[in-house]
Each structure stands twice: as C-alpha cells, then as structure tokens.
Write a protein that binds this ligand. Structure first.
Ligand SMILES: Nc1ncnc2c1ncn2[C@@H]1O[C@H](COP(=O)(O)OP(=O)(O)OP(=O)(O)O)[C@@H](O)[C@H]1O
Ligand SMILES: [Mg+2]
Length: 265
C-alpha cells in the first residue's frame, strides 16, 4: 500500500472543490439528509462513513444531481462545485454528471464491448470526433484505471465477461473517460475480494493526484488507508468532519467514537 501520509505533506496546495450548505433531502415523508454543510478539497480523497441508512449514498448523489432521477426525492440547500451553483438553471445535469462521475457499489458495465463501455461517454459528450481520437481516450482511461494490460488484446469482448474486480475498474475507466474532475464512489470495493480491493485502493491513491475523490465506505480500515478527511454521518446528520487521522484517534463526538469503536453500526 502506498504512503497515504504523502497527502499531508502537500497540504499547502489544497484547494476547495465542493461546498455544500444546509443540504436537506426528503423522500416523501422520510427526512434522509438533515442540514448537511461540508467543504470538500480538490486533489484529495474524502471518505463518508456511518451506519447503514444514515444518508451517505443520498448525500453523495446530491453532488452530481443523481437524486433528480428519483421521483419522490426532494433536495434543498446549496451545492457549489468550483464555486458554481450546480442547481443553477443553466447547469445541464447530464453535463454535470460527465464532470462529476460516479462509480457504484456493484460494477454495472453496459452490455457492450470493453471498448464501447469506455467510448460511450466521450461519444455522447462529443469529446472524440474520429475513431483514432476515441481509441486514444479509451486507452488512456483504461491505463489510468490500471486495466489496460489485462484487456488490451480483447477490447471487443463483452465488458460483462470480466471478473468482478476488472468490471469495477472498467466502470472507473468509463467514469474517467469523460474527463471528470470529481469522482464519486459509493462502496466501490464492497463486492470485491482483498486483492481486487487493494488494486482499487491503489488506483484511488493514484487518481487523487488529478481528481477530487469522494468515497463511501463501510470499511474503517479502508477510510483510514486512503482518505485524508473523513465525514461521519449518523441518522441523516453530518456529526463530525475532519482529518481522517484525528477522526479515528480522537473523535470529538461520542457518536463518532461509538461507531469507530464498534458500539453502534
Ligand atoms: N430511493 C429511495 N426512496 C425512498 N427512500 C430512500 C431511497 N433511497 C434511500 N432512502 C432512504 O433514505 C435513508 C438514507 O438512505 P441511504 O441509502 O442514503 O443510506 P446509506 O447511508 O447509504 O446506507 P447504506 O450504508 O446501507 O448504503 C434511508 O432511510 C433510506 O431508506
Ligand atoms: Mg449507501
């Protein structure tokens, strides 16, 4: 595993990427996210942790307006990315999701070839005009996702024929192919074995150089290994947010302490 503390040493270069203020989310009568305000750094990995049902995925989906696609879901409050209001009328949610990519818990490749899975986004967003440009983007994304060497000789094979860990890296390649600058990952390793998990963690550590990565995880070891800051959610509220080392060694809120010591969950 790589030295996660490298992140601390370049702290002076940290820039604000995402700023959320008083975000509330309701599904019908259910108040799933309660008055959450948080600032997320660029070029850094931020972890969201907390017990099941506390609103981690819901809040994560606010960041690329994925909740817009859920009928009963109402989001209020302000979210700015690069100081731009993502709910502004001039923001096209489809464009926003190209810039703020998402990787889900269960790898979900399209029923297409490996090549076409990765080429899909760049094509619909007009990022590639020629076949050569498309191949270049596909290769680059697969390399960044540490999958190229394993698939370069079978780009026409179906994406669904890869192993679980390879499929997840394919989904990461698909997300990076549209040149996002934020990558939202909702428990990306929960369906993977320890070897594939280690590969994805190493990949996240590499991606941190050029992306703002926000990852939901149920593994506190994973949060400790890969993130610089951690947010602890409980019953829809953001209870505590800070440097990961501090959250895990000297949490301020008893609810955080109970969770990390395994007393609630
Ligand atoms: N599509 C939906 N429709 C209605 N209620 C939902 C929907 N998605 C989530 N909820 C509710 O919102 C609350 C927060 O759920 P969410 O999925 O954000 O939690 P989570 O922290 O990601 O949990 P887990 O760790 O189990 O993934 C829960 O009460 C859940 O039942
Ligand atoms: Mg979830």
């Amino acid at each position: 595993m790589k030295d996660t503390h490298l992140a601390e040493r370049v702290d002076t270069m940290t820039q604000l990427k995402i700023s959320a203020r008083h975000v509330n989310v309701h599904y019908g009568e259910t108040h799933a996210v309660k008055d959450v305000s948080v600032d997320i750094d660029a070029n850094s990995v931020t972890a969201f942790i907390g017990p099941s049902g506390c609103g981690k995925s819901t809040f994560l989906r606010c960041l690329n307006r994925m909740n817009d696609t859920i009928d009963t879901c109402r989001v209020s409050g302000g979210i700015r990315i690069d100081d731009e209001d993502i709910h502004d009328r001039k923001v096209d949610p489809v464009q926003l999701r190209a810039k703020v990519g998402m990787v889900f818990q269960k790898p979900n490749p399209f029923p297409k070839s490996i090549h076409d899975n990765v080429a899909y986004g760049p094509k619909i967003h007009g990022l590639a005009r020629t076949r050569a440009e498309t191949s270049g983007i596909v290769e680059d994304a697969l390399r960044k996702a540490a999958l190229w060497d394993e698939v370069k000789d079978r780009l026409d094979a179906p994406g669904t024929g890869l192993s679980g860990g390879q499929q997840q890296r394919l989904c990461i390649a698909r997300a990076i192919a549209t040149a996002p600058d934020v990558l939202l990952m909702d428990e990306p390793c929960s369906a993977l074995d320890p070897v594939a998990t280690a590969q994805i963690e190493e990949l996240i550590d590499d991606l941190r150089q050029s992306y703002c990565v926000v990852i939901v995880t149920h593994s506190m070891q994973q949060a400790a290994r890969i993130s610089r800051k951690t947010a602890f959610f409980h019953l829809g509220s953001l209870v505590e947010f800070g440097e990961t080392d501090r959250i895990f060694t000297s949490p301020e809120d008893p609810r955080t302490e109970n969770y990390i010591t395994g007393r609630i969950g």
